[in-house]
Design a protein around this ligand. Structure first.
Ligand code: NDP
Ligand code: CA
Length: 326
């Protein structure tokens, strides 16, 4: 029988929905690398059967196709060339993949290559202006974590938009490294958004008066950091003017969700908020946010499971530009 799917609903935000523009749907998801799930993670309450790639890949694709994002940001992708690029390419997505320099997947027998970040966008909606692959640095030293930053041009509005995807260093004890990686990413994003802003202003007919030099920015990632960590604070207070979209789900609008990942390892239950969609709040409105399944819906064995293919939940939001052209 077909396993039950997690039922999730889109929550509309106050005064949202500029009906003159079609919202931009963004999905952020750490899909769980196949090699890590089978060979490293020790999810003690998930049967190995449920992790078989030939079954699990359809659950991952089904989740993507259910929400049909315009921009899709994935971490722990170790089946880019044989699965995600060809399948999503046929569905109209252009994409870029940046493997980690020393992916832990390579330590697993019969691995399918390194895992990394991947960024997909719907070619019908966006034209690609440029892509940068970053190996994140900390104190001048290159680390094992990466990011992709793409500059897109919205075909309908002519507006430029920068989108970044990253996956910061995992585990406790590495808070200072995550903070340094976040600072390095922010510094790169300053340069890239300003350069894109200059290019957009110079392009004929593309002037955007009143929005300053930088272009709107979306940063999706598995930051491996709770909101209490330094790297979260750096993103929340940077001069890029970023806010975290999923705070909108809370009743006060100021609180992150209670979890974005929930698994059971031999060391016990691990329930944390680590994944975020950051957006420039001067430029972009959050129209809707996909809510999270309850603990009951997730079930006593948590994630991954026969019903859900990753230990991280997907984050999905609709955005629109604040000052849409008349
Ligand atoms: P990370 O700490 O960033 O973790 C890598 C992956 O492991 C992440 O995808 C993470 O998932 C997952 N993970 C987190 N916690 C656990 C856990 N308890 N059990 C199993 N998996 C877990 O490591 P790095 O990427 O920095 O390093 C990966 C490997 O690369 C190292 O093990 C090392 O062997 C090798 N390496 C080699 C170097 C060299 O010079 N040759 C240099 C650096 C690393 P999530 O984000 O979802 O938590
Ligand atoms: Ca993982």
């Amino acid at each position: 029988t077909r396993p039950a799917r997690l039922h999730r609903a889109f929550v509309c935000q106050n005064g949202s929905g500029d009906h003159r523009q079609q919202p931009i749907r963004v999905m952020q998801w750490n899909i769980l690398a196949q090699a890590l799930g089978e060979g490293m993670d020790s999810f003690v309450r998930c049967p190995l059967e449920a992790l078989k790639w030939n079954e699990r890949k359809y659950l991952i694709l089904e989740e993507i196709l259910t929400y049909q994002p315009d921009i899709l940001c994935l971490q722990e992708v170790d089946h880019y060339f044989d699965t995600f690029r060809p399948v999503l390419s046929r569905l109209g997505y252009h994409s870029s993949f940046c493997p980690k320099p020393w992916s832990a997947c390579l330590d697993v027998a019969n691995n399918n290559g390194p895992d990394g970040c991947a960024l997909f966008f719907r070619h019908k909606r966006f034209q690609l202006l440029g892509t940068t692959h970053l190996q994140l640095a900390a104190k001048m030293l290159e680390t094992n974590q990466v990011a992709i930053v793409s500059t897109l041009r919205c075909r309908a509005t002519g507006r430029a938009l920068c989108v970044a995807v990253t996956h910061l260093k995992a585990r406790s004890g590495w808070e200072r490294l995550r903070s340094a990686q976040g600072s390095d990413l922010l510094r790169n994003l300053q340069n890239i958004t300003q350069e894109a802003g200059r290019a957009a202003a110079a392009a004929p007919g593309e002037g955007e008066p009143g929005v300053g030099m930088g272009v709107p920015l979306l940063v999706c990632g598995d930051f491996n950091a709770e909101p209490s960590e330094d790297v979260y604070c750096r993103f929340a207070t940077s001069s890029l003017g970023l806010d975290s979209a999923y705070k909108r789900l809370s009743s006060d609008g100021q609180t992150e969700p209670p979890y974005t990942t929930w698994k059971i390892r031999p060391s016990g239950e691990s329930c944390h908020t680590l994944d975020y969609i950051w957006y420039s709040h001067q430029h972009l409105n959050v129209d809707t946010v996909l809510d999270f399944p309850t603990a009951e819906q997730i079930g006593p064995d948590r994630l991954p499971s026969y019903n859900y293919p990753s230990d991280h939940l997907s984050l999905v939001c609709d955005f629109s530009f604040c000052d849409s052209p008349e």
